[in-house]
Design a protein around this ligand. Sequence first.
Ligand code: ADP
Ligand code: MG
Length: 261
Amino acid sequence: MLILDQVNKIYEGRGGRVHAVSDANLTVKSGEFITVLGPSGCGKSTLLHMLGGFEPMTSGSITLNGKAIEAPGRDRGMVFQHATLFPWRTIEANVAWPLETNGSSKKQARVEARELLALVGLDGFAKSYPGELSGGMRQRAAIARTLALEPSILLMDEPFGALDSQTRELMQEELNRIWQEAQLTVVFITHDINEAVFLGDRVVVMSARPGRIISDTTIELDRPRGDETKRDPRFLEYHHQFWSLIREQMVMPGSKGTPAS
Ligand code: ADP
Ligand code: MG
């Protein structure tokens, strides 16, 4: 279980003081898929970097399975928008790499890498190089590599943000399947409302900066989810609900609205 208690992040730099995350409280149960939705610049990545242990908190506490998060660790796997694979290694060798550096024999690492590649639907591409794959396939490989060390939780920062919209929808379905098959716990950041609703057991909405958690909604859509999910009237209701919330957070120049914060 992941617990955030009154987490704050204030950046102090030459550009001044930026309050990026404000009093965040959140509990993520084992096996849950949480999506975090919020306008650009609201502090989503900052929140995820603190969960990863890459960015220190200003105040508050984060614990994963009872252990305080203070530094990066293999109990947390990160997936970013751009897959960072070694271009000179095959896909299989990329996925085997964390296993080898973790002490597995080369042979054992390759066997496990093959299983992971099958899980993410890349069976036929083990001997290909990253440059030979499409963006979606590279992201699958990155997911497989992150799963190699069996993290307790997968932290994903807009992982499909650079993909074209069709590939993106397919990857969402694929991630759904992988999450169910591998029984993962996921915190997934996005600014895309449809993506958040489609993937999440719960959708957590952040306000404009300083990012506060302004809603936490259980998504009552059947699983497994697929194309028909998006035609479910409840899907559209959720979309409308979150869009209204996010709209309030986005004040355009010249508009009369005032932000809720
Ligand atoms: P999001 O991911 O929601 O778009 P970020 O977490 O990246 O938002 O950024 C939140 C705010 O914190 C932004 O105003 C951003 O400019 C600022 N910020 C992010 N990283 C740093 C940093 N390393 N130093 C100073 N300010 C930062
Ligand atoms: Mg971001």
